[in-house]
Unconditional design. Structure first.
Length: 341
């Protein structure tokens, strides 16, 4: 297994239960995967009851609400220990190649030979920033969600927040308390009603996946990209700061310009524009298809049946880049590997 975040641990749980001989190689120094690097105030958009790995419930936070990133790290650390999962860290996998009947997993600590490999390396390590004309000439500061830790450095600054999802809304909510903020989104952002929490998004992702498998289309009130009204976002909405501008068309040395000729100056642009799957270690297998993803049947790579991809996004299972989605998908992946062995 490559990657010891939530997806890797969920698969580890099922493999352990099936008494499969396996090891998890993880590049981090400590447990918790990407959650260790999230900004301090991040709140999950999924309630604790919808954020658990198999076998052990995510504890409900003292305030009864949405867990923080720190609480997820504590949960994953405990999970790994409780199920005695064999995680080796820090071990970075540099490449996976085809060997004689096995896959060769190359690391700075030697090469492993495996009958099956599960890649569960997540997306946090490949932040995505769209290209806009002038982006290199901007004299201010630019950062991505992945580099944002908290509002302190932005006191009194003019900050442009780009992106229409949960990250942008949560970061805007707290930056708007200390900075002069503008929010730019491709489409008008969709803020879910207060009574709809993250669980509606998971249910929808599952329905969509099933419908897609049956060749049908779905319509729903919510989407995984919709914004869940966690308490800080609700509070920002009530303060009137959750108002989005259309996307600008180019970046100037001092700020941005819109199609109608208007311009605005900014000290900082925060790109809350998502992530791409971290798949560089699989390049030697030459599996990538259109859109940079690897074609799969479930989680199994079509062109390399010994390789499974877990986490990453809906293309590897319904909502599989979320805690509950990874847990559901991992069960199937482990069952397939056990059957093959
Ligand atoms: P990761 O947590 O990234 O773990 C992958 C592990 O693999 C890491 O430890 C990494 O170091 C390691 N690795 C990477 N490359 C290599 C390599 N070459 N060799 C060895 N190890 C490697 N989900 C929810 O369920 N609810 C939420 O409310 C929620 N909110 C989110 C908010 C934000 C801002 C973000 C970004 C995501 C959120 N998610 C949420 C989505 C999801 O739960 C996370 O993205 C999750 O961290 C993905 O887990 P993972 O195990 O797939 O990947």
């Amino acid at each position: 297994m490559i990657g010891g975040g939530q997806a890797g641990l969920a698969a580890g749980y099922y493999l352990r239960r099936a008494k499969v001989d396996f090891v998890i190689l993880d590049a981090q120094d400590s447990a918790g995967g990407a959650w260790q690097h999230a900004w301090d105030s991040l709140r999950l958009f999924s309630p604790a009851q919808y954020s658990s790995l198999p076998g052990r419930m995510m504890p409900i936070p003292p305030d009864g609400g949405y867990p923080s990133a720190t609480e997820v790290v504590t949960y994953l650390t405990d999970y790994e220990r409780r199920y005695d999962l064999p995680v080796l860290r820090p071990v970075t996998v540099n490449a996976v190649r085809r060997g004689d009947g096995r896959l060769l997993v190359e690391t700075g600590h030697g090469t492993w030979q495996a009958k099956n490999v599960i890649s569960a390396t997540g997306t946090w390590w490949r932040p995505y920033v769209p290209h806009y004309p002038g982006i290199r000439d901007f004299r201010g500061e630019q950062l991505h969600t992945a580099g944002y830790r908290g509002p302190e450095p932005f006191h009194g600054r003019r900050v442009l927040i780009v992106g229409g999802g949960n990250s942008a809304a949560q970061i805007l909510a707290e930056l708007s308390r200390v900075a002069q903020t503008t929010w730019a989104t491709l489409r008008p952002p969709r803020l879910l009603p207060d009574e709809i929490d993250g669980r509606a998004l998971f249910d929808l992702a599952t329905r969509r996946h099933r419908a897609a498998q049956a060749g049908e289309k779905t319509q729903g009130i919510a989407d995984l990209g919709d914004i869940v009204a966690v308490p800080p976002v609700r509070e920002a909405r009530d303060r009137g700061v959750l108002k989005a501008e259309p996307m600008f068309s180019r970046i100037t040395p001092d700020g941005v310009a819109w199609d109608d000729g208007s311009t605005e100056a900014y000290d900082t642009i925060v790109w809350c524009t998502g992530f791409r799957p971290a798949l560089a270690h699989l390049s030697p297998l030459r599996l990538r298809g259109p859109g940079g993803v690897i074609p799969t049947d479930g989680t199994r790579a079509l062109a390399e049946p010994r390789l499974h991809l877990l986490g990453y996004g809906d293309w590897t299972g319904p909502a599989s880049a979320t805690l509950i989605g990874a847990a559901r998908t991992a069960r199937q992946t482990a069952a397939e590997i056990v059957a093959q062995l």
